[in-house]
Design a protein around this ligand. Structure first.
Ligand code: AMP
Length: 378
């Protein structure tokens, strides 16, 4: 067990690191953060902020030597860096888990090999292979780059009548994955935590609504039939056990119109959809993550009240700063800002959590108007 007072090293310095650090500090840990830049979202709330690149093995090794346990909040850390630091200080989740999630093809193959249902896919290496597969499927599909894709980046949609050469050119890669387009009813996620003692907990299911491929709103708990939710949580638990996970894992899934679950992707870390737990659960995803990597007992996951999370992107600053006074004059509203200085369009600047009765979304409309976010039918 890594006791409170010890030093937790977080690799990555964004908002996920920031909120993990806040929870770790709450429990009396010291937090060191590593990543490029200074005065970063995580660095601002940590004891020590090291400005370094993820491929600077010497600097990373020095950083690791100063910590009692390591974790990461950024997924694209080179495998060679991870191998170097794991020899110095324990790192959770294990780099092998991170490696599964770093490459979409490896991830999909892992799901299939371990019996987790996923979207039909093919590895493709040319416009001709894209064309023949889309024609064989006779349905819309999406070309995804194998690495570095997030928030819809690195994705190109194709239809049986598309110009495959142009689509392949815009993907701009030598190898990619082609996925059948899923006509889903809902997008959901499940967050599971497991510690070294083998204790496992899952949060209730999060219902996620994306806009322009970026998460816009999370409704918690999801408005779905109980058996589907139970099945999703069981799937998450079984995945955590199969991976021998220590830490937190988020699983994003599609729910099809006939109630089937298809795993879209996984992330071995806290997740945007779980931000709502910070305000409505006795133990947030961030605290759960800290408890899991330190082998402390895991905490309760059931919410004290239903909640809605709305992301605040840089777009909300287009005509000047949002009116925080109007926002915070509302009841049961919590504002989180990540300490980022330049609000660019599409950049995640913060989020709002509104606890509510689970059915009346009228205040969500008001929050969206204040933040100049387009209306969403809930
Ligand atoms: P991803 O980066 O794979 O999570 O994709 C971002 C978003 O694009 C997802 O949350 C979905 O809304 C949409 N998307 C990705 N893949 C598919 C697919 N095969 N079928 C339908 N929608 C998809």
């Amino acid at each position: 067990m890594i006791k409170p007072g010890k030093i937790i090293g977080i690799i990555g310095n964004g908002q996920l690191g920031r909120m993990s650090a806040i929870e770790a500090k709450k429990m009396g840990y010291q937090v060191y953060v590593y990543g490029p830049g200074t005065e970063t979202p995580a660095g601002q709330v940590s004891d020590i902020e090291v400005d370094g690149h993820y491929d600077d093995i010497n600097k990373l090794t020095l950083f690791a030597q100063g910590c009692d346990v390591l974790t990461f909040e950024f997924e694209n850390i080179p495998a060679i860096s991870l191998e170097a630091i794991r020899a110095v200080t324990p790192i959770h989740p294990d780099p092998s888990v991170l490696e599964i999630s770093q490459n979409r093809l490896g991830e999909k193959n892992w799901f299939e090999a371990n019996g987790f249902p996923t979207t039909p896919f093919e590895e493709v290496r040319s416009a001709e292979e894209v064309g023949s597969t889309v024609k064989k499927w006779n349905t819309r599909a999406v070309i995804k780059t194998l690495t570095l894709g997030y928030d819809g980046k690195g994705q190109t949609k194709v239809d049986p009548g598309s110009d495959f050469a142009a689509a392949w050119k815009s993907a701009g890669v030598q190898t990619a994955i082609l996925e059948k387009w899923v006509d889903f009813d809902h997008e959901i996620s499940v967050i599971v935590a497991r510690n070294e003692s083998g204790e496992v907990v899952t949060y209730p299911v999060f219902e996620n609504i994306h806009r322009n491929h970026i998460l816009d709103t999370t409704i918690f708990p999801a408005r779905l039939e109980k058996p589907v939710k139970r099945q999703a949580r069981e799937l998450a638990k079984s995945m955590a056990e199969k991976m021998n996970l220590i830490g937190l894992l988020t699983i994003e899934l599609f729910v099809t119109s006939d109630g089937r679950l298809l795993v879209n992707e996984i992330a071995p870390r806290p997740h945007n959809s779980g931000h709502v737990t910070f305000d409505v659960c006795p133990v947030s995803q961030f605290q759960q993550h800290i408890r899991a990597i330190c082998n402390l007992p895991l905490g309760n996951t059931e919410p004290l009240t239903p909640g809605v999370m709305i992301n605040i992107l840089g777009d909300s600053w287009t005509d000047g700063e949002p009116n925080w006074k109007h926002l915070l004059s509302m009841d049961f509203v919590n504002l989180h800002l990540y300490g980022k200085l330049d609000p660019k369009p599409g950049r995640k600047m913060g989020h709002v959590v509104k606890s509510f009765n689970g059915t009346d979304f009228s205040d969500v409309d008001r929050i969206r108007r204040i933040l100049k976010i387009p209306h969403l039918d809930l």
